[in-house]
Design a binder for this molecule. Structure first.
Ligand code: NDP
Length: 491
């Protein structure tokens, strides 16, 4: 097996295993080849991880922010040096093309480690004088770590998700136990190795493998202060209710069915580029994708001609070949799900513009490939317009005026992301202000620089990742009142 790790879990600075845990495999979804065999964490493994994290956190929190930051910045450098190795592993684990993983996965993880590494020295509280009427008393605040945090990842951006959770958590002085998706268990282990190599104390970042039950055990564990999950809405609900028992803090980065609105004055070439990026990158397996593309009736034909011309040219193939632009879906389960949605789109009367079926890639007959697909004449009620597909399926809906499209765009339980294409600057800001979504773009789509908060509103989530905002979700304020005079008491 070409990607077999030394053991399933990484705890207390070393690889460990417990073969009593349920066995599972990681596959290369372009071929179906088993690339690694692992074991799910047993309760004993989870307890060991919590103990290791607790001990490391006490030690780590005593360092200055600058010292913690130095470790994170070193980890960023090591991650960049190992970018190709990590990208190849991510490609094997996810099936995403190397063309993407080389620039978007470990690279984004390194950016995040560097950003929070630079910020760590500046995490602190504030002070305020209360004036002469309070005897010159004052208060100050301390920004303190939460303790041991749990991270639970989805399978679409495994090392990026692990880094997006670990970097702000560690910068604030916490330790982390991370559970990757069972579908993509490998690169989080590499992040653990890198953090150790960078000088993190053993136990600061631990990886435990497993399925939903392991995530649930972390969510409800009394020794864990916070849980952050990236996943679907039903999983977010389960994590939050599990966390409720111990009143843990939660960050939920969940799914979406985001609108991308193209007005008639938009630059159509750019709008098509963005719609394609926001539906086909990572074979459409991105939570913030603009999967409901609302196109103004006046430019609909031009948009569809351009999008179908360019979709037909997308190169599917072996993800390890850097010329490949689109890889397979991550798993057989996801493949069946996406093909079923394509059939449902046809059955419910959407007009198939291009794609709509499984794709056959020569030399990779067992790969989970599907065609990049565009449906037009999609209506708001159709299943493909309401449910998250998580595959390369673009739904184009037609609209006539601004108020109408705003209302339709917001008519969803999700609120992760949204985009607007127009050359009218006032309209751009007006429409964005009216969209109920946490992360928005004007005249582009899906760019997520680490400096910008990322997260959803409504059922797409709670909290924000990246940016200064993430620090607030991995720390809490302690307020300290300092009396400078006598205690004024009526007793
Ligand atoms: P899931 O919700 O199925 O799983 C997410 C993670 O939660 C996995 O590690 C999973 O384990 C774990 N899990 C499952 N059940 C529980 C439980 N009861 N308690 C705790 N943890 C649990 O999502 P997928 O991995 O299938 O990823 C796809 C989904 O993630 C999509 O809906 C997508 O929108 C969303 N997503 C959101 C992002 C965001 O930032 N908003 C980014 C990327 C994806 P396992 O799978 O191993 O059983």
């Amino acid at each position: 097996m070409r990607a077999q790790p030394k053991a399933s879990h990484f705890i207390g600075g070393e690889y460990v295993d417990d073969t009593a845990g349920a066995a599972f495999e990681s596959i290369y979804s372009a071929t179906g080849e088993v690339i690694a065999k692992l074991h799910s964490a047993t309760p004993a493994i989870i307890e060991r991880a919590v103990e290791a994290a607790r001990a490391a956190q006490i030690q780590w929190a005593q360092l200055s922010g600058a010292e913690r930051g130095r470790v994170l910045r070193r980890a960023a450098d090591i991650m960049r040096q190992k970018n190709r190795e990590l990208s190849e592993l991510e490609t094997l684990d996810t099936g995403k093309p190397l063309q993407e993983t080389l620039v978007a996965d470990a690279a984004s993880g390194a950016d995040c480690l560097e950003y929070f590494g630079c910020m760590a020295a500046d995490i602190g509280g504030s002070q305020m004088d209360l004036g002469a009427s309070a005897n010159g008393s004052f208060f100050y605040t301390r920004r303190e770590p939460l303790g041991v945090c749990a991270g639970i990842g989805a399978w679409n951006y495994p090392v990026q998700i692990a880094s997006w959770k670990a970097a702000p958590a560690l910068a604030c002085g916490n330790a982390m136990i991370f559970k990757p998706s069972e579908t993509t268990p490998l690169t989080a282990l590499k992040l653990a190795e890198i953090l150790m190599e960078a000088g993190a104390p053993a136990g600061l970042f631990n990886v435990v493998q497993g399925m939903g039950d392991v995530g649930a055990a972390l969510s409800s564990h009394a020794g864990i202060a916070k849980v952050s999950v990236t996943g679907s809405v039903p999983t977010g609900v389960k994590v939050m209710s599990g966390a409720a028992e111990t009143l843990k803090k939660v960050t939920l980065e969940l799914g979406g069915k985001s609108p991308l609105i193209v007005f008639s004055d938009a630059d159509i070439t750019n709008a098509v580029s963005a719609a394609m990026l926001g539906n086909f990158y990572s074979t459409g397996q991105i939570c913030s994708n603009g999967t409901r593309v609302f196109v103004h009736r006046d430019v609909l034909d031009a948009f569809l001609v351009e999008v179908s011309r360019r979709a037909a040219k997308i190169t599917l193939g072996d993800p390890l070949d850097e010329a490949t632009q689109m890889g397979p879906l991550v798993s057989g389960t996801q493949y069946d799900k996406v093909l079923a949605y394509m059939e449902q789109g046809k059955a419910e009367g959407a007009r198939l513009v291009t794609g709509g079926e499984a794709a056959h890639v020569r030399a990779l007959p067992h790969g989970y490939f599907v065609q990049p697909t565009v449906f037009a004449d999609v209506t708001d009620e159709m299943t493909i317009a309401r449910e998250e597909i998580f595959g390369p399926v673009m739904c184009v809906l037609t609209f006539d005026d601004e108020a109408e499209v705003l209302e339709r765009a917001n008519a969803t339980q999700f609120g992760l992301a949204a985009g607007v294409f127009t050359r009218d600057i006032a309209r751009a800001h007006r429409v964005i202000a009216g969209l109920k979504a946490g992360t928005c773009w004007i005249n582009t789509y899906n760019l997520t620089p680490v400096e910008m908060p990322f997260g959803g509103s409504k059922r797409s989530g709670i909290g924000r990742e990246n940016s200064r905002a993430a620090l607030e979700h991995y720390s809490e304020l302690k307020s300290v009142y300092v009396e400078m005079g006598d205690v004024d008491s009526p007793y």
